[in-house]
Design a protein around this ligand. Structure first.
Ligand code: SAM
Length: 280
């Protein structure tokens, strides 16, 4: 079944010679029912501009447009895809703008009108780098209301992990401090062409208007990076370089000096960051 009058994605790939390039992390979604489903998981976008990173042959882009996104601005690094995307833009007049280039270098904000959501199926390394940037803007709330992002399942689990689990670490703290993060769809390798080696998952993050607990962003990042860098050590040892009074700061945050990083929930990490910041 097709969601628009454009050719099926397999045909688009053949016509435009879009043989997948490993160097660009190209694992395409060819099932337009699935891309429409992912588009719906990002929410009702009829009143939103959507920033899409890495549209490739346009599967998710078509899903977003067919499901009614007000506008889509898409950044694609592979120049081979631009002609295929121009055909999508033609089928949805005035609703798709494609920017050719590297999403890590381009600032698309001048091209977008709030409210803005982000949706992407990206190579995993670029996805994690962009996620960290989107979660650490100079000001909060950020430019986006929500992020709907495909990740390697293991990375999705790190983003949504609870204290005490193996996956819990910096990414969980960063994501959950100022956003609600949940896995909304699991996908097997066969959902992609070519299939990657690992399973994938879509994570949906909604920006909270305020951080869940007060803390200085830089201090919280510094504390969690230091704590999880040596995650098997007791916090008294792994954090001793942060302050000569580290035991007092740990006590102020209700943390035992013998606790390990993965036992500490977000609330107590924020209390620790506040205590250290106040002593500066
Ligand atoms: N969205 C398409 C889909 O779901 O079928 C393609 C997904 S494919 C996993 C990743 C896409 O991101 C490719 O089209 C690739 O060329 C593009 N890409 C890779 N690195 C990029 C970057 N740094 N900036 C923008 N696009 C990038």
């Amino acid at each position: 079944m097709s969601i628009d009058t454009l050719p099926p994605l397999r045909q688009v790939i053949d016509t435009h010679g879009l043989a997948a390039k490993k160097s660009l992390g190209q694992n395409f979604l060819l099932d337009l029912n699935l891309t429409a489903k992912i588009a719906r998981l990002s929410g009702d976008n009829s009143g939103h501009d959507v920033l899409e990173i890495g549209p490739g042959p346009g599967g998710l882009t078509r899903g977003l447009l067919a499901e009614g996104a007000r506008r889509v601005v898409a950044i694609e690094k592979d120049a081979r895809c631009l002609a295929a995307l121009a055909e999508v833009a033609e089928a949805y007049p005035g609703r798709l703008e494609v920017m050719g280039g590297d999403a890590l270098d381009i600032n698309p904000l001048d091209h977008l009108t709030p409210p803005i959501r982000v949706a992407a199926n990206l190579p995993y390394n670029v996805g994690t780098e962009l996620l960290v940037r989107w979660l650490t803007p100079p000001q909060w709330p950020p430019f986006w209301d929500s992020l709907t992002l495909m990740f390697q399942r293991e990375v999705a689990q790190r983003i949504t992990a609870e204290p005490g689990s193996k996956a819990y670490g910096r990414l969980a703290i960063l994501a959950q401090w100022r956003a609600d993060a949940r896995i909304v769809l699991n996908l097997p390798p066969e959902a992609f062409s070519p299939p990657p080696k690992v399973s994938s998952a879509v994570v949906h993050l909604t920006a909270l208007p305020e951080p869940r607990y007060p803390a200085d962003a830089k201090m919280l990042q510094h504390v969690t990076a230091t704590a999880f860098n040596q995650r098997r050590k007791m916090l008294r040892a792994s954090l001793k370089g942060l302050s000569p009074d580290i035991e007092a700061h740990l006590a102020a945050a209700d943390i035992k000096p013998t606790d390990r990083a993965e036992q500490i929930d977000l609330e107590r990490f924020c209390a620790l960051a506040r205590s250290l910041k106040a002593a500066l």
